[in-house]
Design a protein around this ligand. Structure first.
Ligand SMILES: Cc1cc2nc3c(=O)[nH]c(=O)nc-3n(C[C@H](O)[C@H](O)[C@H](O)COP(=O)(O)O)c2cc1C
Length: 443
C-alpha cells in the first residue's frame, strides 16, 4: 500500500502531518487525491505500535489444549497462519488479512454453556492461542445486555474491537476506514469458521458502545466494532456484566486522533436499519473450506493469465449472498472485468454490463498506480450510501473476506486494495455513492 516507504522521522513525538479536509463526513474527509498521496506523510519508526495486547497475570491464563474445537474455531477466525522472517526479525500473518499487516483488531469472547470452560468473558490471545479470563458471568449477566434484548446465547458471542493507533500510526486519519474494513474481514472470518461447523451465526452492530467503553476500560483508544453470535438463542433476560476492567495499553505508543474519534462517534449512531436474513455463502465441504482459510494469502503480483467465467461467477455469487446482520446496508459491487474468458471486458455493476472496453490501465491508476488493479482478471469496487456508515463498512470488509476465501476456493489470487483515488474512482463508476473498498482477483 502507498506510504510503505520507510521514512524515519526520528522525532518520537505525535505529529499531525496532514489535517482533515473541510467536509464533515469522515469518509469524504479522508479521500486520497493525486496531490494528497504525494504530500509526504511519513511514519515515525520510534512510535511503531505493538500488535498484541497482553493482559497482566492477575487475569488467569486459560489454555485451550483441552478444548480443541474452540481452539480451532478461534484459529480459523483470526489465528496466526504464517511466520515471516526477515534479516532484522520476524512477524506473523493471520487468517484475516489486514491493511498494511498492522492488525488493529482484538477479539473477546463470551462462552456460555460450553463444556470444559467456565461461563465467562475472555480475551483471545492469538500469539499464545490462550484465553485470558476477564470476568466470570453471573447468572443474569452477559454481553447480550449491551444490545438490550430478550434472550441469551448458549454458545459464543465474539466481540471485535480495533485499537486504532496501530493503524493511524501509518495511515493517519484514513486509518478508521482500515479499522472498519479489517473488523469486517474478521467478521467474515467468524462467518467462515461457523460455516465450517454448520453453526448458526449472526452479527450485531447496534449496541451500547459508550457503556462498553467504560466497562472494558478501552478509554476511547480501542473501538468496539461489532459482535458475532454463534450459538443457540434461548429465552431469558441478561443485563450488562458488572465489570470495571482496567485500561490495558494494547499499542504501546499512542497518538490521539480527534478526526478518527469524532468519525467513529458519528459512524456508530444508527439511523433506520433493516435487518438482514442470512444464507451460507459457502457450499463446499468443511475440510475444503478449512484449507482455504488456512492457506489464504494476499497475492502480490498477477501473471495476467485469463480467469474462467465460472470462477468469476462463483466468487461474485459468494460475495452477493445475503447476510444475517442487524443493520443491513445495500452494497453495489462494481467489477472492472479485464481478463475473464468468455466475458466482454468492461465495467459491470451487480453483474450487469455498464460499459464495454479495456479499462485495465485505468484500473491500475485508480488503485493509486498499483499494478494489482491493472493486471487482475477483475478489480471489484464496493460502493454504498453514507447512511449507517459503520455497518456499511463492516459489511464491505466482510464481503471482502468472502471474496478472498471464494477466490482461494477457485485457486485464484486476491488482494484487498484500501488505497485508491476516491473521487476519480467514483467519477469513473459514475456513482454518487461512497467508494468503500477495492479488491483485485486473478491468476
Ligand atoms: C482493508 C485492506 C486494505 C488493503 N489494501 C492493500 C493495498 O492497497 N495494496 C496491497 O498491496 N495490499 C493491500 N492489502 C493486503 C494487505 O497488505 C495484506 O492483507 C497484509 O499484508 C497481510 O498479508 P496476507 O493477506 O497475505 O495475510 C489490504 C488488506 C486489507 C484487509
Amino acid at each position: 500500500m502507498r506510504g510503505r516507504g520507510r521514512i524515519i522521522t526520528g522525532k518520537n513525538q505525535c505529529l499531525d502531518l496532514h489535517s482533515a479536509g473541510p467536509d464533515k463526513n469522515y469518509h469524504r474527509q479522508t479521500v486520497h487525491t493525486y496531490e494528497s498521496v504525494r504530500s509526504g506523510r511519513g511514519v515515525d519508526w520510534n512510535l511503531q505500535p505493538k500488535v498484541f495486547k497482553r493482559y497482566p497475570s492477575e487475569f488467569a491464563e486459560i489454555s485451550l489444549t483441552g478444548l480443541p474445537s474452540l481452539r480451532a474455531f478461534l484459529h480459523h477466525c483470526c489465528g496466526l497462519t504464517k511466520k515471516k522472517t526477515y534479516p532484522g526479525g520476524s512477524y506473523f500473518l493471520r487468517a484475516n488479512p489486514s491493511a498494511g499487516a498492522l492488525y488493529p483488531c482484538e477479539v473477546y469472547l463470551q462462552a456460555r454453556g460450553i463444556s470444559g470452560i467456565v461461563d465467562a468473558i475472555y480475551q483471545y490471545e492469538p500469539f499464545s492461542e490462550k484465553l485470558r479470563l476477564l470476568h466470570p458471568l453471573g447468572p443474569r449477566e452477559g454481553l447480550e445486555g449491551y444490545w438490550h434484548r430478550d434472550g441469551k446465547v448458549e454458545g459464543l458471542v465474539l466481540l471485535v474491537t480495533a485499537i486504532y493507533y496501530r493503524s493511524s500510526w501509518k495511515y493517519g486519519h484514513r486509518a478508521l476506514r482500515y479499522c472498519l474494513l479489517d473488523s469486517g474481514h474478521l467478521l467474515g472470518g467468524i462467518e467462515a469458521a461457523a460455516c465450517c461447523r454448520e453453526q448458526n451465526y449472526s452479527f450485531v452492530t447496534r449496541f451500547n458502545r459508550n457503556r462498553m467503553q467504560k466497562d472494558f476500560g478501552f478509554k476511547g483508544r480501542e473501538l468496539p466494532m461489532a459482535m458475532g453470535v454463534c450459538g443457540k438463542e434461548k429465552r431469558g433476560q441478561v443485563v450488562c456484566p458488572d465489570i470495571d476492567l482496567p485500561f490495558i495499553n494494547g499499542s504501546g505508543s499512542f497518538c490521539r486522533d480527534p478526526v478518527i474519534e469524532e468519525g467513529f462517534a458519528q459512524a456508530a449512531v444508527p439511523a433506520n436499519c433493516r435487518k438482514g436474513v442470512g444464507e451460507s455463502p459457502y457450499s463446499v465441504q468443511s475440510e475444503i473450506l478449512v484449507d482455504a482459510i488456512l492457506s489464504r494469502r494476499s497475492i502480490r503480483k498477477f501473471t495476467g493469465q485469463l480467469t474462467l467465467h465460472r470462477e468469476y461467477e462463483a466468487v461474485l455469487h459468494t460475495a452477493m449472498t445475503s447476510l444475517a446482520i442487524d443493520c443491513d446496508e445495500p452494497l453495489d459491487i462494481f467489477a472492472l472485468v479485464n481478463r475473464v474468458k468468455g466475458m466482454e471486458p468492461g465495467l459491470y455493476k451487480n453483474n450487469r454490463c455498464l460499459r464495454s472496453g479495456n479499462f485495465s490501465n485505468r484500473g491500475g491508476y485508480l488503485c493509486l498506480e498499483q499494478d494489482l488493479g491493472a493486471d487482475s482478471a477483475v478489480t471489484f469496487f464496493l460502493v454504498g450510501d453514507s447512511k449507517n456508515y459503520l455497518p456499511l463498512m463492516l459489511k464491505a470488509g466482510l464481503v471482502g473476506q468472502r471474496i478472498y476465501l471464494s477466490s482461494e476456493l477457485q485457486r485464484l489470487g486476491c488482494s484487498g486494495i484500501g488505497a485508491f483515488y476516491d473521487r476519480e474512482v467514483a467519477d469513473f463508476l459514475e456513482t454518487d455513492g461512497l467508494v468503500l473498498y477495492a479488491l483485485a482477483i486473478g491468476r
